[in-house]
Structures are given as structure tokens and as C-alpha cells.
Write a protein that binds this ligand. Structure first.
Ligand code: ADP
Ligand code: MG
Length: 352
């Protein structure tokens, strides 16, 4: 039987890790990406260089694949729809449409009774002035933000008076949560009420970029349970197929909020490659390619350290211990604030 071909939109490190996981379960990969130096090129069986609105290339890509997925959510919705006409895209494009806009994402969450921080839609300076109740707050662009890009802290009326909004962009103003902890839940939904779910992963950010993740997380059992229920509810209401991540906040009064949803594999789940029998990447591929669902079990506790910018230089020639796993994303150029690689350290479980 010929091998199944998985199409992946996007060629960053998540694409690389998806392609590696696909190889493990005997599935071929074809990647489409607009970056000639895409790191995932080295991991995929085939690579198409194209921007995401070249109809001819998009069609060629779609026709070569049996199923298509994506490694980042900011793909134009129209592109996903076009691909979906030839080859099924999972998770479904309409899910992406909701989640790629911070405003429709938060409206959706509140509609299904899941708590988020308070927020308002902002299109001009006047609307900012009308929402002083949300200060101190974070002003974010509704679309295309990642790793804290497109975000401004607004603490006072003076900040409001000084800010110049881009009239071509839409924004959301979010009340700042007094953070006690951040964590994420990664869940893979195979079909209605059929899940594999990882235990909550504690995350630590620096300058709005993920720096460390670890399991077990140091949070109460109640919150662990509640966050898993919320994550499953979100996946169920979206009719989601594949791996997704829900990012959570806990505030100083132990209130739980959803920060955002990532409709894809997630940086905080990199440690699952080494800590579990089935990684978030393999589970994603198993779910979207209709492969067997394997009960997912933790083998080790783990900690992941993101190597950002020049951090990577200190690791490239380092000797690692048996329980340390170093991943170099093989990016062409070291850039400030750019995720260049990661290190996972596993620790034996107490009862082993
Ligand atoms: P991105 O898409 O860039 O990941 P996020 O909304 O997750 O955007 O913001 C990145 C980080 O900024 C969060 O993980 C958190 O540390 C901080 N942050 C974002 N929104 C808030 C908020 N409303 N209150 C407190 N901290 C926030
Ligand atoms: Mg985030």
C-alpha cells in the first residue's frame, strides 16, 4: 500500500517536529511554506516554496496530500478554504477563523461559559478612553500576534493619550490579570468524547515569551481538574480533531481564566516528546490521519528550557547527560527573541 501523505502548512520548528513524528508512524510529509530557509524543509519528504495566496501552488500542494494540517494559526482563512476544497483540512478551517482573532476567540469562550479576563473591542483612541475600567490593561492587535508581538501595556490615562493606533488594525484591550501562575493543557481529540489529555504543564514566561515548562505543575488538584474539564469542553464545542493547547492564568486569588487557545501543537508540549509514550505531535497525527488511539502515559517528569536568541550558542557544542535532550531548530540566523532550540531534562518518576 502506498504511504499516506500528510500536508503541513508552515515550515517552522513545529512543522519539523510534526514531520519527525509522521515519519515515526510511517506517514510521508509535504510542507508548503513562504520561507526558503524554513527549518522544517530538512525534516519533510517534500517541500513547496510559495506564499499562501498563490492559487496554483496551493492547488498543487493540496492535490499531493491525503490530509492537510497546519503548524501556525495565522494562515489566511481563504487559503485554508481553498485547500479544503481539494483535500480535507484538520482541524477544520472554521475553527481557525474563530481562534485567529482574539476578539472572536474570547467571545466564543464566554458564550460557552468559560471565564476569560475582561476585555473590549478597540478600533480608535476614543474607544480606549471609554474603557478606562479595564486599566491597567494590555492592548493587543486582534490578529497576527505571537510571542507578545503587537502588545502594549496601558497603565494610565496618560498612556492612552500617548498611544497612536493604526487605523488599519483592530485591537482588543484586556484587563491585566495579577498573575500567580501560568499553565497549559494539551488535549488531543480523536472523535466525540474520545480524548488523550496531558496533565497541566506549568509555564514561565519572560518578556511575554515562553521560557520554561515543567511537569508536574505546582497547582492545586481542584484547578488541575477544572482546567482539564474546560479544555475538553472547548475541544468538544469546536468539534475539534487533533491536538490543541489551552493557555491558562491563575490570579493571586486562585481564580482560573483561559488566556488563549492554540489550534495546533504547542511549545509547552515539546517536553511530551521525552516524557510520554506518545508525544503531542504523534497524537495529532494519529487523530487527523485516523490512526489507532494509544493510551497516553507519562514515563518521566520533565522540564523544558527554551533557547531564545543567542542562548543557543552556549548549547551547540555542549556535552549532554543521559537524561538531557537537546533540539536545535537549525534556523539560518540567530535573532533576538527568536526561538532557536530547546532542551528537555527528564526525571525518573518516584515509584520507578
Ligand atoms: P501570544 O499570542 O503572544 O502568546 P498571549 O495573549 O498569550 O499572546 O500573551 C503572551 C503573554 O503575555 C502571556 O503568556 C502572559 O504572560 C502575558 N499576558 C497576556 N495577556 C495578559 C493579561 N490579560 N494579563 C496578564 N498577563 C497577560
Ligand atoms: Mg500565548
Amino acid at each position: 500500500m502506498p504511504k499516506k501523505v500528510l500536508g503541513i502548512i508552515g515550515g517552522g520548528q513545529l512543522g519539523s517536529m510534526l514531520a519527525s513524528a509522521a515519519r515515526k508512524v510511517n506517514i510521508k510529509t509535504i510542507i508548503i511554506c513562504d520561507d526558503p530557509n524554513a527549518p522544517a524543509k530538512k525534516f519533510a519528504d517534500e517541500f513547496i516554496l510559495s506564499n499562501y495566496n498563490n492559487d496554483q501552488k496551493i492547488e498543487e500542494f493540496a492535490k499531493k496530500a491525503d490530509i492537510v494540517t497546519f503548524e501556525f494559526e495565522n494562515i489566511p482563512y481563504l487559503t485554508l478554504e481553498k485547500i479544503n476544497k481539494f483535500t480535507k483540512v484538520l482541524p477544520e478551517p472554521n475553527i481557525n477563523k474563530i481562534i485567529q482573532n482574539r476578539l472572536t476567540e474570547k467571545d466564543f469562550l464566554n458564550k460557552i461559559n468559560i471565564k476569560t479576563t475582561l476585555y473590549a473591542s478597540i478600533e480608535n483612541e476614543e474607544e480606549l478612553k471609554l474603557n478606562k475600567r479595564l486599566l491597567p490593561g494590555l492592548l493587543k492587535t486582534c490578529t497576527l500576534g505571537y510571542d507578545g508581538k503587537g502588545q502594549h501595556e496601558i497603565n494610565s490615562i496618560e498612556d492612552i493619550n500617548n498611544i497612536k493606533l493604526d487605523p488599519k488594525k483592530k485591537y482588543i484591550l484586556e484587563k491585566l490579570v495579577k498573575l500567580k501562575k501560568e499553565f497549559s493543557v494539551i488535549v488531543t481529540r480523536f472523535a466525540s468524547e474520545k480524548y488523550e489529555i496531558y496533565e497541566p504543564i506549568e509555564n514561565y514566561h519572560e518578556e511575554q515569551i515562553l521560557k520554561n515548562s515543567k511537569i508536574p505543575s505546582d497547582i492545586s488538584d481542584d484547578i488541575k481538574e477544572k482546567s482539564k474539564v474546560w479544555s475538553k469542553t472547548i475541544a468538544e464545542k469546536l468539534n475539534y480533531i487533533g491536538t490543541m493547547c489551552v493557555e491558562f492564568f491563575i490570579d493571586k486569588n486562585e481564580n482560573l481564566y483561559v488566556n488563549e487557545i492554540a489550534p495546533r501543537v504547542h511549545n509547552s508540549g515539546h517536553l511530551t516528546i521525552n516524557s510520554h509514550n506518545v508525544s503531542q505531535f504523534e497524537n495529532h497525527i494519529r487523530a487527523i490521519c485516523s490512526l489507532e488511539k494509544i493510551p497516553t502515559k507519562k514515563l518521566f517528569n520533565a522540564e523544558m528550557i527554551n533557547l531564545i536568541g543567542s542562548d543557543i550558542s552556549n548549547y551547540r557544542n555542549k556535552k549532554f547527560k543521559e537524561n538531557e535532550f537537546f533540539y536545535d531548530y537549525l534556523k539560518n540566523e540567530i535573532k533576538n527573541k527568536r526561538k532557536m532550540g530547546h532542551l528537555t531534562i527528564v526525571k525518573k518518576l518516584k515509584n520507578k
